[in-house]
Design a protein around this ligand. Structure first.
Ligand code: MN
Length: 222
């Protein structure tokens, strides 16, 4: 089965004014769709690889034909990261972390405000194209902030992604031009803390199968 572009869980205008309709339409309908199309194109001569999840493809480059490794790394990476990113946001989110997830943020960052400050700083420091993440570290289970370039992910080192923001220019340039900090500041208004808390609750079970089920669309299920 070929990869499919997952439907957005909200309308293109739903994150206005923080993320404008045109940006979201292009980002989902062309950028993410492009990664899916190019991933399918790379895998097309190797139907057996379609039996595996997107994350498996990313975690096992040595098991891929050498001539598609770069295409898979870039496009499965883009597909995986964007699939998480759409679900990290919700219309009129506006609330704050609660419960055990809020307690863990306080334990590892001091308080939620400190976490937000450090996350936004990390996002502003990504040079060129990349992503900023909150993930649960494989090593000790602590919540940590990670930055990645291109379509890399802390999941590739075994850390469980909890929350992610896309800081490629295509995510914000139409509205904010070069002002990435404005995008990062406004983004908190559309963060889906319920989804982050749900991922946190699941993060004690590490492993590709759990992650893939968590993403909730067919080609990402192991
Ligand atoms: Mn993007």
């Amino acid at each position: 089965m070929q990869d499919q572009l997952p439907a957005l869980p909200y309308d293109y205008a739903a994150l206005e004014p923080h993320i404008d309709q045109r940006t979201l339409a292009l980002h989902h309908g062309r950028h993410h769709a492009g990664y899916v199309a190019r991933l399918n194109e790379a895998l097309e001569p190797f139907p057996v690889l379609h039996m595996h999840s997107t994350l498996w493809l990313l975690l096992n480059p040595s098991k891929l034909p050498a001539n598609i490794r770069t295409a898979v790394r870039n496009n499965a990476g883009g597909h995986y990261n964007h699939s998480l990113f759409w679900r990290a946001m919700a219309p009129a989110a506006g609330d704050e972390p609660q419960g055990a997830f809020a307690d863990a943020l306080a334990r590892d960052f001091g308080d939620v405000a400190q976490f937000k400050k450090r996350f936004a700083e990390a996002g502003s420091r990504v040079f060129g194209c990349g992503w900023v993440w909150l993930a649960r570290a494989k090593q000790d289970g602590a919540l940590r902030i990670y930055s990645t370039t291109e379509h890399e992910s802390p999941a590739l080192e075994g850390n469980f992604p909890i929350l992610v923001n896309d800081v490629w220019e295509h995510a914000y340039y139409l509205k904010h031009e070069n002002r990435r900090e404005d995008y990062l500041a406004g983004w908190w208004s559309v963060v889906n803390w319920h989804e982050a808390a749900r991922r946190f609750a699941h993060s004690s079970t590490f492993g590709e199968r759990r992650w893939s089920e968590d993403l909730g669309h067919p080609r990402l299920v192991a």
